[in-house]
Design a binder for this molecule. Structure first.
Ligand code: NAP
Length: 230
């Protein structure tokens, strides 16, 4: 069975997830960081696109000792499996996500990834090859499901999120909207890629909950019939 996928993203009041130079911005605060850490700690895996790794060099680790010890108590490693979607294996073996903290990593590549680079990355991560030129997201989810990865939190960026939504693979979305305006037509938004062309193809959401956190608002959405959009 394919994993249950939860997307979590922080965006500015004008819907941007970083600057036009793709520099990381602190959009939320401590209270929301704690929520995100707990959400991550409750998942089997956390996934990002290679664009996020190249821009932000995140470690994707669980930050609080309380959450890590909760995971250990339940027989899990400190950190969820970290998954990077990277068609041509552009990730550096020195990337923080491949080196910081214990636990399993998976790099999902496509048929166009270089064999020598794959061999290098295999020292640090399991490699899953799907798709000819681009990672085939539905097939990747099938493989992850077969590995007993049942819950995945996706941390971005906008291109991967758009690909997952388009493929009907996202079930829930958390968007934290912070009290800052980033602006700029080149600054990335929540869903990048080509966009959904016409109204019947727009994914529809149900609002499950909204709550004020600090000077921003957290919206919790459910995607309506995600599997029907394939
Ligand atoms: P991204 O979504 O992290 O990664 C996109 C890349 O993934 C694609 O360009 C593609 O590169 C690869 N990919 C492989 N197969 C794919 C598929 N089937 N569908 C979609 N993508 C696929 O990159 P991004 O859109 O440039 O986003 C990065 C920006 O988001 C950064 O500025 C970062 O700071 C920001 N960000 C913000 C937040 C937040 O919460 N505010 C969170 C995360 C990231 P290849 O063709 O090379 O494989």
């Amino acid at each position: 069975m394919r994993p249950y996928v939860i997307v979590n993203v922080a965006m500015s009041a004008d819907g941007k997830i970083s600057t036009r130079e793709r520099r990381q911005v602190r959009i939320s605060g401590e209270q929301d960081f704690t929520r995100v850490d707990r959400l991550k700690a409750g998942c089997d895996a956390v996934m990002v696109g290679i664009g996020t790794v190249l821009s932000d060099d995140p470690s994707l680790t669980v930050k609080s000792e309380e959450c890590r010890s909760y995971r250990r108590k339940h027989g899990h490693s400190d950190h969820p499996v970290r998954i990077i979607v990277d068609s041509s294996a552009r990730i550096s073996p020195e990337a923080a996500v491949l080196n910081k903290g214990e636990g399993k990593r998976i790099v999902a590549v496509s048929g166009r990834a270089d064999g020598e680079k794959i061999a290098l990355l295999e020292k640090k991560a399991q490699i899953i090859i799907t798709g000819k030129d681009e990672v085939d997201l539905p097939l990747l989810m099938d493989e992850l499901g077969a590995m007993d990865i049942c819950h995945i939190m996706v941390e971005g960026g906008g291109t991967l999120i758009a690909g997952l939504i388009k493929a009907g693979l996202v079930h829930e979305i958390y968007t934290y909207i912070g009290n800052v305006i980033i602006g700029g037509r080149e600054a990335p938004t929540f869903a990048e890629g080509e966009g959904f062309v016409s109204e019947p193809s727009f994914p529809r959401l149900s609002l499950l909950e909204s709550s004020r956190i600090g000077d921003g608002i957290l919206l919790h959405w459910e995607v309506k019939d995600p599997d029907l959009k394939q």
